[in-house]
Design a protein around this ligand. Structure first.
Ligand SMILES: [Zn+2]
Ligand SMILES: [Zn+2]
Length: 245
């Protein structure tokens, strides 16, 4: 119900934001953009994160203990916020209730996190793909809605159809953590006719949320097998470790 109201307010916000103020998706106050400056300052405070997996770390620790002990297949990760209130509700509205105008503030948050870390930019942005059936039902890939805006702002090439989801998977949140890697094994492939485009490329995979990192790890393996030199993961929100939550 609430999300439906957001979706409607979202459409209105899009129409109005071209000409002036719009309703903030978090506090419902009038401001500039779909998330107002006060809410961004309150809910999108940057915290120190592991450069490899984007989980929160104590200040001055560039890499977390887990990533030192068992580095993931991706080379770096960045997240703008922790997955939790109010972002969980906004992501649900964005994903399942057509609140597509949240794509712009989500992308802006990722761009801010990318600029803040002062690392060399990748040369190719790819969205985590949806299975064709799910894409047809939903009508859009929420990851592409974020990825294309991030890529445009940072002047990086973006390709919506280079990665394929060849097998529909159960949503990772529906599974216990130990079952998640198995759930995504073999779920992704590179478009066979376009493998050459990945040779030597530095790739950033974009998604709305990173949960266990199993999806990102599987995509990194697939992309590196196809010749990508490095793979980063850029997400709006990172699910904290259960112990950190
Ligand atoms: Zn607000
Ligand atoms: Zn880490």
């Amino acid at each position: 119900m609430l999300a439906t109201r957001w979706a409607k307010a979202g459409a209105l916000g899009t129409a109005i934001s071209l000409h002036g103020p719009s309703l903030c998706a978090i506090c419902r106050g009038w401001g500039r953009g779909r998330i107002c400056a006060a809410c961004l300052a309150r809910f999108a405070q940057a915290v120190p994160r592991c450069a490899r997996c984007a989980l929160p770390v104590v200040a001055d620790a560039p890499i977390c203990g887990n990533c030192i002990a068992a580095p993931p297949p991706f080379d770096a990760a960045l997240a703008a916020v922790d997955y939790g209130a109010p972002w969980d509700r906004l992501v649900t509205a964005f994903k399942f209730h057509d609140a597509l105008d949240l794509g712009a503030p989500f992308a802006n948050a990722i761009v801010a996190a990318e600029r803040a870390r002062r690392a060399p930019q990748p040369s190719l942005v790819l969205p985590v793909p949806l299975a064709p059936e799910r894409l047809r039902r939903r009508g859009y890939n929420q990851a592409w809605e974020i990825a294309r805006r991030v890529a445009r702002t940072l002047s990086i090439a973006a390709e919506p159809a280079l990665l394929l989801r060849v097998r529909e998977t159960v949503h990772q949140l529906a599974l216990p953590p130990l079952a998640r890697a198995g759930n995504v094994a073999g779920a992704f492939a590179v478009e066979p006719r376009r493998r050459r485009e990945l040779a030597g490329r530095e790739v950033a995979i974009v998604d709305d949320v990173m949960t266990s990192g199993s999806t990102a790890a599987e995509l990194a393996r697939v992309l590196k097998q196809a010749g990508a030199r490095s793979v980063e993961v850029w997400v709006l929100a990172r699910t904290p470790r259960p112990a950190d939550a």
